[in-house]
Ligand binder design. Sequence first.
Ligand SMILES: Nc1ncnc2c1ncn2[C@@H]1O[C@H](COP(=O)(O)OP(=O)(O)OP(=O)(O)O)[C@@H](O)[C@H]1O
Length: 324
Amino acid sequence: MITTTHLYKTFSGVRALDDVSLSVPEGEIFGVVGTSGAGKSTLIRTLNGLEKPDSGTVEVAGRTITALTGEALRDARHDIGMIFQHFNLLSRRTAAGNVSLALEAQGVSRRERTARVGEILDLVGLGDKAHAYPSELSGGQKQRVGIARALATSPRVLLSDEATSALDPETTLSILDLLRTLNRELGLTVLLITHEMDVVKGVCSSAALMEHGRVVETGRLHDLLRTPGSVIARQLFPLGDVPAVGSGTVVDVTFTGLSATEPVITRLARHHTADVGLLGAAIETINGVQTGRTRLEIPAAADTAAVLADLRSQGLVVEEVSRA
Ligand SMILES: Nc1ncnc2c1ncn2[C@@H]1O[C@H](COP(=O)(O)OP(=O)(O)OP(=O)(O)O)[C@@H](O)[C@H]1O
């Protein structure tokens, strides 16, 4: 649904996009993460043609955005909704007036607009706020208006630029819930940029990590969790710094779809008479699947190779963090 091929963009010597090739299948919720200045906003702006890359192509919903200008680009943008961190609502228009804007630009009749705006405000749970002005709405309600506005033209793709960053945790959850519902019920493909790993955990099925304009890692979350060395997996499961303890080998073990870590430790103790130390553990629900990561210390006296082989034979992902 979204494909970028070898995108480059430089701003006065700063390479904001450096050979970015990404592919987001239809119906996916795809997260783009990365530190400040990594190029995330530049990327999202190239997707709806707000920014022209120096080279490379962008295809969204079957149209080559990078080849379009003027009317054709405006037309293609009806397939691409966008929501923003600070909502970007017109303060002098009501919720309904804000949602109606894109339809007015499209020349949709007043009667059709009224029906569509009512329908879409109901969809985002704001049916009773049609006549409220942005100043009369909470942050979460403003973002719902932003989402309704983005959906007014029935886009196939929704781009979200830090849409929950200005919201409190509870409101963030309700907006993520709404995005999930829209994804499921409308088949909407969502690409969101965020600096919050909780957002990635909460809604994304896939993610990409950007650094200095480059995509340095990308994939489905469950595959990344099984990829030793994955930075995204580590950020999803922050186990902290490796403590300078003992003389054993420290490993991170990832379980998917299992919650209990204890059987693994007791099994090791039983089979290898190894007194394995538990240095850290985190359990998270990712895409509805309970996933856990533990940090274990295998004592120097144990047969480390045999312990690692045993863990791997159980289908666990084992990553050596430090070796005895
Ligand atoms: N219009 C512009 N003019 C000059 N430099 C720009 C412009 N837009 C982006 N840049 C530079 O390009 C780089 C990437 O910026 P971008 O805003 O895409 O990063 P980001 O990952 O979205 O960061 P943040 O999370 O802080 O928004 C930065 O070094 C930024 O200063």
